[in-house]
Ligand binder design. Sequence first.
Ligand SMILES: C=C(O[C@@H]1C=C(C(=O)O)C=C[C@H]1O)C(=O)O
Length: 290
Amino acid sequence: MLDFPIMDSETSLDSLRQKIDQIDDQLHDLLIERTSLVEEIRSRKSRNGTPVIQPAREAAIFRRLAGRHRGPFPLGAVHRIWREIITAITALQQPIAVAVHVPDDQPGAWDAARDHYGSQVPMTPYSTISQVIRAVSERSATIGVLPMPTEDEADPWWRQLMSRDAGAPRIIGRLPFAGRGNARTGRDAVAIACQAVEPASCDRTFIVVEVPAQISRARLQSCLSAAGFQCDLLAAWASDGLSLALAELRGAVAPDDARLADLSAQLGEPIDRLFHLGGYAEPFVTTPRA
Ligand SMILES: C=C(O[C@@H]1C=C(C(=O)O)C=C[C@H]1O)C(=O)O
């Protein structure tokens, strides 16, 4: 514990600043020490084939810190500091570049992406969603940031993620994770990357299923429930006899989850018409102070 004598008001300010300098030294030393673990972590992951970016671990780190937080320092600022640290540490294991969909009328998309991935990794704005998906698929970007799907879009981007290729982009996160702060308003976003999603890590899972033409929403909901799923978002798209439904399911659902086979049976569609699009750790909800 640091201890400084408080004398007159001038000395007192000086000594308080000395105390701040000492605390800054400790914080800085700890940052250097945290960074010194990176190489060992990187080599273990590469040995085990574990993806470098671990959104679930990142979410767990912040949830744990939020649980022990006390005092007036804003929790949102704690999150911003840790996001800078985490992305910097990740980028030391593998180069990170972020492609962000920023339409002219949604500048807040840029703010949310920067708040999450920090100020130090290359970040490129794109005016179309397809450009972002292409940048990620072609590996010129590691992470893509796209608007959260909504119901009844005329040309939904999630169709572009329907691939069985293990190296195809998958949804790995949702932004903002811990509030918008002073970011300009905008839609929530999802992050995509070409990496396996560890099912145990997702709090929400996206699937797309090819459904019989003319199936009603109510029937789809009841097939999902009968298979044991709770569904938060249901979006539909149909063209030229092809009907697709996107479902955002509660909880982690692995691609080989038995409930998915059950769902196919309920729908009367073969399981190979079902695509697992990834998922995300549920954003942290800050409870307003009473
Ligand atoms: C250090 C790791 O790599 C990344 C960086 C993290 C961090 O700085 O704490 C956490 C998760 C990963 O995205 C890790 O996987 O533990």
